[in-house]
Design a binder for this molecule. Structure first.
Ligand code: FE2
Length: 549
């Protein structure tokens, strides 16, 4: 990628100040009947759910993004939004253009779902509303279904509590220019300002109350989307997103809220509506009341199939009252974390798959994670441990289907983890039947702390757990036909802006060999935690040598 393109994308700058210098028509008389909009692209642009001939382009108009009514300061009228798709970042080769309508009833969000494009191609897009031009986004189509691409650079992230720090990790991920980004949940948090605090105090505050109404959720999404680092990550590549709990409410399970609440169905419907409006999702995910189709597949030629799961909407209520428990009901075969329909869909997908890598993009810890050093097995009732029979059916499902390389990707726990997946976690000598990679949070729980790799106390009685690190960050994967490389990137701090990123550890999974091989363990450079980012060119050089070797 040329330096100029990189500068354009990562600075979020719009090319040209008005439609006159672009192929987008300049609005004339139509706007005269209304008060003209002030700059409405404060939430940036995004794209998502790529397939071999298309993707979704997204934006939402919000001249005053923090408006309490959630409507972004928009007038109560439909606004035509012109869009352009080009093969080049200068928009000299425009391949598609059109007009979408941003409507009040969808908070002036725009979803343009494109098809019929060429496979395996990079595209650039932008929007215009009246005389205002959006930033430019880059996206791409997946490779053709029958092809075996040489490599895919994919990054995944989760848990971005706005109050807990700066979204620098999103920017550092964007700077690595992945071709695809997965977000595995807790994209936003429901809390009122200052009710979920990190040690030393939150560096930023939520706007508005705890989210309950559609207006609340729309306002909260808008606040998150104003973040320039998050916008940079959306603008650099297509995303495939799934929600976890905090997009609605902490630890909800189907229609059961955390604490009894007769209004919960309405709350869930509002949360889903706002989530759809603010994410680059296909029209198949438009919510219908309290229901929303979120589980789906993203295929990357014959190299990888991403099975994106929904482990919230259909799950049984957490066993034994939630929390960490040694709980017999957690193994009840009648209980499910996916629901029967999604389970059948997933198992069927395993049987039909001809992908080299079958990757589960999902929310909560899959491997057993016992926190009790004694004879009890004390695990999280909110994770797959609370639905052990469900986990067993999925695991045996991929074995029975002969899935060549099953890999589970996970968020939720606000720390990096990596695990070998076992057929029987009670027997450390049982077969390794897959691999799990867990990304730390972007910000949630604040700065965290580095530690010596392999030193986590739970490793002694969970030998399948192989890596843990409690700094913030994201995971980058390079997927080829022969191996999957996972780089666990960390930031030394997030409660101050502009931290560098370091690749703390790297693992490789070889084709047809389930389980992890560690290839790098890089302690942080001394002074990394306290270093203040500097514009001094000498120091920049030193940083670049140590960042992501
Ligand atoms: Fe979280």
């Amino acid at each position: 990628m040329s330096l100029s393109r990189r500068t354009i994308l990562l600075s979020g700058a719009a090319l040209g100040a008005a439609g006159a210098v672009t192929g987008l028509p300049v609005a004339a008389g139509a706007a005269a009947a209304h008060r003209p909009l002030t700059y409405p692209f404060t939430l940036g642009v995004a794209s998502g759910d790529p397939d071999h001939d298309g993707f979704v382009l997204w934006t939402r108009l919000a001249p005053q993004p923090l408006a309490e009514d959630g409507l972004g300061g928009m007038p109560d009228r439909d606004v035509p939004v012109h869009w352009e798709l080009a093969a080049d970042e200068r928009f000299r080769h425009v391949v598609r253009r059109g007009v979408a309508v941003a409507r009040t009833r969808s908070a002036h969000s725009v979803h343009v779902e494109l098809a019929g494009l060429l496979p395996g191609r990079e595209y650039f897009y932008r929007f215009r509303a009246e005389r205002h031009l959006s930033p430019i986004g880059r996206t791409r189509t997946a490779p053709a279904p029958w092809t075996m691409p040489a490599a895919l650079a994919m990054g995944f992230a989760s848990c971005s509590q706005y109050e807990h720090g700066y979204f620098t990790a999103y920017r550092r991920l964007a700077e690595t220019e992945p071709e695809l980004i997965l977000h595995l949940g807790d994209y936003q948090y429901e809390y009122a300002p200052d009710t979920y605090n990190v040690p030393g105090g939150n560096p930023r505050d939520h706007e508005g109350p705890e989210t309950r109404t559609l207006a609340n959720y729309r306002q909260r999404h808008a606040q998150y989307k104003t973040d320039a680092d998050l916008q940079a990550a959306h603008a650099v590549a297509p995303w495939a997103v799934v929600f976890d709990d905090h997009e609605v409410e902490n630890n909800w399970a189907d229609e059961v809220p955390e604490a009894p609440d007769p209004e919960f169905p309405a709350r869930r419907a509002s949360a889903f509506q706002a989530y759809y409006e603010n994410m680059p999702l296909r029209r198949t995910s438009i919510p219908r009341g309290i229901d929303m189709q979120l589980y789906r597949r993203v295929r990357w030629g014959r190299l990888a199939t991403f099975h994106m799961l929904d482990t919230r909407q259909y799950r049984d209520d957490q066993a034994c009252g939630d929390g960490y428990r040694d709980c017999a009901a957690a193994s009840d075969p009648a209980r499910s974390i996916t629901g029967a329909e999604q389970e059948a869909w997933l198992l069927d997908g395993f049987r039909r798959s001809d992908a080299r890598w079958d990757i589960l993009g999902q929310q909560v810890f899959f491997a057993q994670r016992d926190n009790n050093s004694g004879p009890l097995t004390v695990t999280s009732m909110d994770a797959w441990d609370g639905y052990a029979a469900s986990r067993d059916r999925i695991t045996r499902g991929w074995l029975g289907a002969g899935v060549r390389n099953p890999v589970v990707l996970t968020g939720d726990v606000h720390a990096h983890w990596a695990s070998d997946l076992k057929l029987d976690y009670a027997d450390p000598t049982s077969r390794t039947v897959g691999t799990e990679l867990v990304c730390s949070s972007i910000t949630s729980t604040g700065d965290g702390a580095d530690s010596v790799s392999g030193s986590h106390p739970w490793f002694a009685f969970n030998p399948h757990l192989r890596f843990q690190n409690n700094l913030r960050g994201y995971v980058r994967t390079t997927i080829t036909p022969g191996q999957l490389t996972a780089d666990f990137d960390v930031l030394p701090y997030v409660t101050r802006p502009d931290a560098p990123a370091y690749t703390r550890a790297s693992f490789v999974i070889e084709d047809r060999v389930p389980g992890l091989h560690q290839t790098a363990d890089n302690p942080l450079p001394s002074g990394a935690r306290t270093a203040t980012p500097s514009a001094d060119p000498g120091q920049q050089t030193v940083q670049q040598e140590t960042v992501r070797p």
